[in-house]
Structures are given as C-alpha cells and as structure tokens.
Ligand binder design. Sequence first.
Ligand code: NAI
Length: 354
Amino acid sequence: MRITEEKGGDAFERLLYCEDDTTGLRAYIAIHSTLLGPAAGGCRMFPYPDHAAARADALRLARGMTFKNAAAGLDLGGGKAVIIADPSRDKTPALMQAFGRFVDTLKGSYYTAEDVGISVEDIEQVASVTPYAVGLSTGRFASGDPSPFTALGVFLSMQEAWFRVAGTRSLKGTSVAVQGLGHVGWQLASRLHQAGARLLVADIDKGRVAAACEEFDATAVDTAHIAAAPVDIYAPCAMGGALSPEVIADLKARLVCGAANNQLADDSCGAMLMARGITYAPDYVVNSGGIINVASEIFRIDDRRWVARKIDALAAFTGQILDQAREQQTAPNIIADQLVLERLANSVRQRDIA
Ligand code: NAI
C-alpha cells in the first residue's frame, strides 16, 4: 500500500492518495478542517473518469462537511473520502478493508461513514480493521441508517420555514412537491402525509412513484415537471444542482426546503430565489440530521435525546437564518455561510485564549 501526501490548496489541511496493488484500491481522503474536532464525512465510491475528477470531488465534499458539521453544532471538522471504482463491479471485502487500513493511518483525525455507493455492509468491512468507521448497524453505539434522521431534520426545518412564509408551522393542507423518493425522500413524504400535506411526487424509479401514490395518496408528476409544479413547497430530495437559473425562473412554490446536497447550481442562485420572493432553507443546514445521528456514534453517546435535541436545534437554526436573511435583505445561503464562518472564527479565538 502506497500513501502519498498531495497538495489540496491552502484552504485544506491534508489531501492523501492511496494505491494498493493487491486489492486495486485507489482512493483519496481530503481533510478540509479539524478546527472544531476530528474530520467526519462519508466515503463515496464512484467510477470517476480520472484522478483529477476524484480529487476535485473529495476536496469539494470535504469543505462541505466542515460547513455542515459546524452548522449542526457538532464538534467535528470536515473530511471526505472517495474511492475510484464502480460499486456494481469492483467492490470487494478486501478492497473495503484496504480502504479501512488507509483510514486507520490517520489515527482518528478522520472518521468515515456511508455515502453514495457505500452500504452499511461495506462500512462494516472497513470497521473490521479500524475504529474510525461509523454508521454501523450493530453494537452499543451503532447509529444505523442516517436517512430517517435526515428526513426528520428536513421536516422540522420545513415547519420553521413555513412559519416565516405563511405564519403557521402547520403543514396541513399545504401542497408539497417531493423530487426523489429514495431513502430520505420517502421518509419525508411519509411525515408530510401524516401532517396532512398534499403530495406531488416524482422519481425516475416508476415503482417508487406508484408505491408513494398508493401509500401517501400522492399525485405522480413527470420528473421534468416536478420543480415547476403549482405547489406551496418544493422539496428537492434527489441529486445536486436542482436549482439552476432556468428552474428558478419557472418555480411556483413559495418555499424550497429539501434533503438534496448542493441544491444551488451556484451561490448566486440564492439571490435569484430571493428576488423572486421564494424562501430558500439552506440545504446543508436542513439536511444535517443524518450526520448528527452519525456523530452520536463517533462520540459514543447512547442517549437518543441528545440526537433529538440537536435536530430540534438545527430546525431552530434554520429559522434564525431566515429571520436574519429577511432583516439584512441577504440570501439565506449567504447568511448560513456567514454564521458558520463566525462559529469557526470563534473557535479559533477560544483556542488562542486557552
Ligand atoms: P437515494 O439514492 O436513496 O435516493 C435518491 C432518489 O432520487 C432515488 O429514488 C432516485 O431514483 C431518485 N432520482 C434520481 N434522479 C432523479 C431525478 N432526476 N428526478 C427524480 N428523482 C430522481 O438518496 P438519499 O439517501 O435519499 O439522498 C437524497 C439526497 O439527499 C441526496 O442528494 C443526498 O446527497 C442527500 N442527503 C442524504 C442524506 C442521508 O441521510 N441519506 C444526508 C444528507 C443529504
């Protein structure tokens, strides 16, 4: 196994590349910041076209984790791992264990977990060789599938945001367009249905759409038209980049609040939403319920109330961001970034004082 230190740029603490001839492992671990605590962020397996694409993804995602963990009030920094491989073809227990040995060399400055292309079973292989793998299904502190906690955080944040839009936290009778009925989207749809919301749903998987129509009395909408559906709330729960200038121009919803990461095609899309009078609940804040649950495993906390309190706090933080955005006439994504950077700066000051 060969591990080399690469340059990730001034903003990053470390970027490591690992190659293992025996198992075929080719992986990057990027550590953006350990200012608040050990870096934490999932491991993604994807057939990247080349090393540059994998490296860029690791760096972008690691930085995103610094912001998400800080926003969630967790004493965790930001890091991410990517494995260059096709999960449907290349994944073997030996490869996952080799990745685990790579993680172990960082001696706890980076904790890994599931992400796209990586299952609980894969993380269990990683955990067989390092204690720095979380998201396990068994064991005293095992946190299991993070998706229900992500969905809960999105739901509570949606109530807070709807209060800023419509003066009530009740979602009864509101119409919500849910784009993507995967792990999180399904759970969110279930909560919304229970709360009395009327659902419009879309997914490229027609089976999931049919099941949601049956289970939640939802109306199916074509994937190409879900974003522009005539609803109160749009909940992007599929892939990133759901909010491009073209999509924003067509939106009918008064609020956007969903689980997907990196919803804005770029930062300026936040201002475009504001200019159209559409409230945007920042993605990395509202979708941090899952990492909060994973954090309970890192910190070895088996009190479920700790997780519940942190998820309540993330919803309150969403409200705080939206209030500040309105007062300062600034897009909520910009306010969220400012508040997170303040938290990071405060921690530097506190550390310097101590
Ligand atoms: P998933 O892979 O289980 O579900 C995604 C769903 O979106 C699938 O059912 C897929 O068929 C559907 N989809 C893909 N392209 C689509 C399109 N163009 N239109 C409509 N549907 C489409 O993923 P999961 O775990 O539910 O995550 C959803 C989003 O939330 C992702 O962006 C993820 O990064 C983000 N997220 C997930 C967390 C979790 O706890 N699972 C935590 C934080 C963020």
